[in-house]
Design a protein around this ligand. Sequence first.
Ligand code: GYE
Length: 327
Amino acid sequence: QKSEPADSDKVSSKETLVVGFSQVGAESDWRSENTESMKQTFTADNGYELLFEDGQQKQANQIMAVRTFIQRGVDYIVLAPVVEAGWDTVLQEAKDAGIPVIIVDRMVDVADEELYTAWVGSDFQLEGAKASEWINQYLQAKGIHNANIVNIQGTIGATAQIGRTQGLQEACRANSNMTLLAEVPGDFTLPKAKEVMESLLKQYDDINIVYCENDNEAFGVIEAVEAAGKRVGSDIEAGEIMVVSFDGVKKDAMHYVLEDKISCIAECNPMQGPRVQAVIEQLEAGKEPPKFSYVDEEIYVHDETVPSVFVENIEYPVTVVTQDVID
Ligand code: GYE
């Protein structure tokens, strides 16, 4: 059942569609841009009413939000799940109520995939594989036979963490020049990553590379490294600590690449509003949208050492960050 249009002039003959969006939280710059993308897409002018709920990184809050949306009888539920596990019950409730659920960003791990209509997001394992293969090729090009790597992981159990961690683990198993010293959760936030990096620096005096599972963690790591009187940068042989990261959304992160404080960022595209809207439009037109849709993403680097990266025989070009790329 569709609700009445808020302003019949604006939405002409089309009825307003009510979309309930349960967002993870506001833990990162990527997340803020993602929220913005949804809010800019699901506007009254476009024929939508958006009910937005911030889960504050807690699954219990998100489950409550979905239940509220069901009670309100929204037309669509959009869920950006904080972690993969634990959604079967509430998604069954949505299905029983006849409300289509579109999953965005991270995935849900449910026994029955019919519990949601479609998923829209990024290939996180590919992102991890690209960043890790860039590291491998960089070390080879510089003739560095071993680099010690620490991984500051994202929220444990989130698809973005699982995929990016897996990408690095596989590369470290396959390449003898990459040694994984430690894996520690940094929750995708600056403060947590900073705290974690401070203790890693006390524990290990031979860290060469810090693999941060998002940009905000990289910001925290850079602060911790510099506060310890060390330098971040690509010149590992001169004792610099190389920072590698994911997202590339905030101008700050791209500036850090320009300045060689971050050496490589595997892009993660947060602009999912229009992609979710496309799914809804297909459903409204009685068509079946693809169950999974991925987006193409770039690799941003500081210098030209590695011209492109191969993952499973597919070549991915790298983009050297200049002021023009940032503008
Ligand atoms: O990389 C990070 C955010 O799930 C892709 O979550 C998302 C990740 C993103 O907190 O910055």
